[in-house]
Ligand binder design. Sequence first.
Ligand SMILES: Cc1cc2nc3c(=O)[nH]c(=O)nc-3n(C[C@H](O)[C@H](O)[C@H](O)COP(=O)(O)O)c2cc1C
Length: 199
Amino acid sequence: MINNKSIKKQSWKPGNVLWPLPVVMVSCGGTKQFKPNIITIAWVGTICSSPPMLSISVRPERYSYEIINTTGEFVVNIPSLREAKAVDWCGVVSGRDKDKFKEMNLTPAPALKTKCPIILECPINIECIVKKTLKLGTHTMFISEIIAVQVSDELLDKKGKFHFEKNGMISFANGQYFTLGKNIGHLGYTVRKNNKIRR
Ligand SMILES: Cc1cc2nc3c(=O)[nH]c(=O)nc-3n(C[C@H](O)[C@H](O)[C@H](O)COP(=O)(O)O)c2cc1C
């Protein structure tokens, strides 16, 4: 039992402390004008169930901003632990100077619906088209519809259930990367009989 009186709070200046966050590799380009590129993004979020939509927020000075703003499409690739090095590197180097697919040994594979390629090695690939562009401040938000999804076979069991834990997933908080922890229960476990939290 927690002693409530022992909990003390500090006041911080308002900032982006919505931690932890998923960290993703967004692929873009793959047209005559732009070769395929990858940008690491942590400002990503689910924003609507139907139609399925997500947003990414990108600084206009990024090379990928120019690409996505011109082509109106991108793919959100969810990395596993295997891609941890590429996640960081693609987030500190610009596609203006380097071919990130080549340097990180990643494969640009055809997407189902977008011209822009998926990153084959990433276990989940979410193809998006931009619906609205919102200038916010430092970042511009691309409000986008999900038009196709691919999931790697290697993470599915015989019943088609997805096992995040198999290759490990990465999250991001306070400038640090973390792996996903243990599964501690399923949605609604608190109201089902005989379902205790797993420790
Ligand atoms: C963990 C991490 C998260 C990042 N998240 C974002 C983000 O949400 N938006 C953004 O504009 N840049 C973000 N960046 C920075 C870009 O990934 C970085 O500037 C990249 O080199 C841009 O590549 P480009 O010039 O090829 O587009 C992030 C970097 C890292 C390492």
